[in-house]
Write a new protein. Structure first.
Length: 96
């Protein structure tokens, strides 16, 4: 099993601390960079939305790109999204 590295990732205007496998760190950082670039692009195209809307649009765009380019199966994609959602939920402060 690979060693997990704690990594701070900024998506939109929020920082998320997640653990990634060492060999995947560069790939994750490149993906987050592309995602943030797309968020900025959507902000210029669709003024007046909030950051959550831009992040959602960028995630939908990225999933579409990934599924078309790599022919990822729906089940695999869903599992990956669930894992990402869990990691983000764990990084967010809990409301008390």
């Amino acid at each position: 099993m690979s060693q997990l590295l704690p990594v701070n990732l900024v998506i939109g205007d929020r920082t998320y601390r997640v653990k990634v496998e060492a060999e995947h760190e560069e790939h994750v950082r490149k993906f987050v960079k592309r995602l943030n670039d797309k968020i900025i692009e959507f902000k210029t195209q669709f003024a007046g939305k909030d950051m959550q809307d831009y992040v959602a649009m960028a995630l939908i765009w990225s999933i579409t790109e990934i599924s078309q380019a790599d022919a990822v199966s729906y089940t695999t994609l869903t599992n990956n999204l669930q894992q990402l959602t869990q990691q983000i939920a764990q990084a967010l402060p809990q409301n008390t």
